[in-house]
Ligand binder design. Structure first.
Ligand SMILES: C[S@@+](CC[C@H](N)C(=O)[O-])C[C@H]1O[C@@H](n2cnc3c(N)ncnc32)[C@H](O)[C@@H]1O
Length: 439
């Protein structure tokens, strides 16, 4: 997350074709803005804040909720309703409790992924020479001399269209292109930093290329557009392709060090929605099962409070699968709550209490001398529900425990260790965060 200060905060949002792109320079702690096409006098400079409804667009309705069943409608990723009979409901929970349901994940969201750009080398060729250039590049690629022209290697240019009208291209040196020529991408600058070496490489391919190959730099998106909705934004920098839903951004398929390179896969909201509206093995819709589990977790918090604990945080851990994979686990249902007051112990938060209970249960029940990877004590494959967003300590405990998914009811902006895992503990590369969370 970066906040633009100074003039950076003046850019308004254009949802589809901004004329300015920006990139984060994390080392310099700066944001760089660049025009991505010629700008007419008086034309407003706009960036794209991301896809989807913006916070000021209050009159634009959210997409309608997906009904789970006729009698039980829950807005998937909109709202979760806890409307239990009064006898079961803890007193602290209003009779019709509704809370927004968000997904927080270690994977970046395609709607907010920042468009990163890099410099690439291009040359101008007459249209009739384009086939010769393609042949030359193919030969050099096969001979492993031209870096980045294969999809599966660093500095790949495979997501980018190879040719563009030379007159439409913004060159880094400010020169104008000839309308009768094509601008052809050759490689990323980082793959071949020395233009003289690249030029002689192209000449060595022995194809019928123009005699006066002159390389110039152009700005291109570092990776493919994360979805169709963002494609226009990416295309305004350089024509390119988008990732089909569910496709991952392969680490090796993007610019090393870029956000895209760190991404293992993107959040796939369509698949998410399908998951939430699906029916579990026991015939209960996943969304209804989540609601029940959240209620149990709220009851645990209430139980802690009623037994004199100062902090009312409750946890429920279950082996029940919510559509994420179909592994059959030994059934586990563990309840826990914060016990700092009764145990006079600063570390007896609800989450580590649950982690200890699961470890003890599995050690006793599932222990085998040949158990691999801690499967007889970790939370691998389990889902944990917690009333409050885990703090940094609890988030680390969850990461070390290898829990599969975490649901929490109450986010803790600013102090939570989990929210927007790209900023929280789970998103730190050194933490090996693999868990997903739902708030
Ligand atoms: C970063 S500021 C942009 C500069 C702001 N317009 C100003 O004059 O200070 C973001 C705010 O600008 C407004 N804004 C930006 N793009 C907009 C758009 N396309 N339509 C309406 N309001 C927009 C929203 O109120 C938003 O909260």
């Amino acid at each position: 997350m970066a906040l633009a200060l100074g003039l950076g905060s003046l850019f308004n949002h254009h949802p589809t074709s901004p004329n300015v792109s920006f990139e984060l320079d994390k080392k310099a702690m700066a944001i760089r803005y660049r025009t991505v096409r010629p700008v007419a006098p008086g034309e407003e400079l706009c960036i794209c804040y991301g896809a989807g409804r913006m916070w000021w667009e209050t009159d634009v309705p959210d997409s309608p909720p997906t009904p789970v069943s006729e009698s039980h409608e829950i807005a998937i990723f909109g709202e979760i309703a806890l409307d239990e009979p009064d006898t079961l409901r803890p007193a602290s929970i209003p009779s019709s409790y509704t809370a927004p349901l968000w997904r927080v994940t270690a994977s970046p969201d395609p709607n907010t992924l920042v468009l990163e750009t890099s410099m690439a080398w291009a040359i101008d060729v007459p249209p009739r020479a384009s086939a010769a250039l393609v042949r030359a590049m193919r030969k050099l690629t096969q001979a492993k001399k031209l870096k980045g022209s294969d999809a599966n290697e660093p500095y790949s240019i495979k997501h980018l269209r190879s040719f563009r009208k030379a007159s439409e291209v913004i060159r880094e040196d400010g020169s104008a292109g000839d309308a009768s020529l094509l601008s052809a991408l050759v490689s990323m600058v980082d793959a071949h930093p020395d233009p003289a070496e690249l030029r002689s490489l192209l000449e060595s391919a022995g194809e019928d290329l123009p005699a006066d190959i002159s390389l110039y730099q152009v700005r291109v998106p570092s990776g493919p557009a994360p979805n169709r909705a963002r494609l226009e934004e990416w295309m305004s920098v350089w024509p390119c392709v988008f990732l089909p839903p569910g496709a991952g951004l392969a680490k090796k398929n993007s610019i090393p060090g870029s956000d895209a390179a760190r991404a293992i896969s993107l959040v796939d909201r369509e698949a998410d929605n399908a998951m939430w509206s699906a029916i579990g093995r026991d015939g209960v819709p996943h969304a209804k099962a989540v609601e029940e589990a959240l209620l149990r977790c709220l009851r645990n918090a209430e139980h802690g409070r009623a037994s004199g604990e100062a902090v009312g945080v409750g946890v429920y851990v279950t082996s029940r699968s919510f559509g994420e994979g179909d592994t059959q686990l030994e059934p586990i249902d563990v309840d826990a709550w914060d016990t700092r007051t009764s145990e006079r112990h600063p570390l007896r938060h609800a989450v580590p209490n649950a982690v200890r209970k699961v470890a003890a249960l599995r050690k006793e029940r599932d222990h085998k001398s040949d158990a691999a990877n801690g499967q007889d004590y970790l939370l691998t494959g389990l889902t944990l529900f917690v009333t409050h967003e885990p703090c940094a300590y609890c988030a680390m405990a969850l990461i070390h425990s290898r829990v599969r998914t975490v649901f929490f009811v109450q986010p803790s902006p600013g102090s939570g260790g989990f929210c927007g895992t790209q900023a929280g503990v789970g998103g730190q590369p050194q933490c090996d965060g693999t868990e997903d969370g739902v708030a």
